[in-house]
Design a protein around this ligand. Structure first.
Ligand SMILES: [Mg+2]
Length: 260
């Protein structure tokens, strides 16, 4: 197996989409646009007081708008990383697989992607995420402000609700068998639930100033695009970078693949 094949795995909220869709809907639902309540939940998760999946349940349970209202809000407010069309086209041209791995909701991700990217690019991407059920409840007549109840179905029984590294392992095994080539894995993310999948990836891209970039910096060392050549050598094989735009990921990956 001389030739290597690249598989790319991308988180959605805060990575592909600059707005964290669920966090945004949560803040709107409880009227806390500064996100103080959210921060309390994430701090409790970081301290190990509650599991990530429990924190996430609390965030989702607070959502009170109907599905259509939520989609309308997100269509008006969500921005994708501007480098996405170019990045996905590049992956498609080179035959690199692209999988969106998200603790968010499959149908929400599909909706937002189709609003922002051409259908040939969206059709090229696999989406692996969670199922959501939104049941309308209460009406303005009865004075009930809760217009719908949102219930998430976690993907697995892991403490984070969806261990994305399992999907990476499955996709890599399948592709390896189908193509008869070694598979290199690139991962881009921003959150605490991206730590596991990033650890098993060959190339890691963490959005700048996020929980994921802070985790890598304190546990592994400085990102390669912020250190000098000497330090870079000292970093050995820990291939991780911070990014602000997907065009940088494309450039870095193209250069890395050249050398393999
Ligand atoms: Mg995220």
């Amino acid at each position: 197996m001389s030739e290597k094949h690249l598989e790319v795995f991308l988180d959605f909220d805060g990575t592909i989409c600059l707005t964290d869709t669920i966090d945004h809907l949560h803040n709107l639902a409880i009227g806390d646009m500064e996100g103080k309540r959210l921060e309390e939940i994430y701090v409790a998760v970081t301290r190990g007081e509650i599991l990530f999946r429990e924190g996430y349940d609390r965030i989702v349970e607070a959502l009170n708008m109907t599905w259509d209202e939520a989609m309308h809000i997100l269509e008006e407010t969500c921005l994708l990383d501007s480098g996405m069309p170019e990045f996905i086209s590049w992956c498609k041209e080179n035959g690199f697989g692209v999988t969106v791995v998200s603790g968010g909701f499959t149908k929400l991700i599909d909706h937002i992607l189709r609003r922002n990217l051409s259908s040939d690019l969206v059709d090229y991407m696999r989406i692996e995420a969670c199922a959501i059920e939104v049941i309308p409840s209460g009406t303005s007549d009865t004075g009930d402000s809760r217009r719908a109840k949102w219930t998430i179905t976690h993907r697995d029984s892991s403490p984070i609700g969806y261990d994305k590294s399992k999907t990476i392992g499955e996709v890599v095994a399948t592709v390896k068998e189908q193509k008869g080539k070694d598979v290199l894995v690139a991962f881009a993310g921003d959150g605490l639930n991206d730590v596991n999948p990033s650890q098993i990836s060959d190339y890691v891209f963490a959005r700048r100033n996020t929980r994921l970039s802070r985790w890598w910096e304190s546990n592994v060392g400085l990102p390669l695009n912020t250190v000098g050549e000497t330090e870079r050598e000292a970093e050995g094989n820990k291939k991780w970078w911070v990014f602000d735009n997907f065009s940088e990921i494309k450039k870095t990956l193209a250069a890395e693949i050249e050398t393999r």
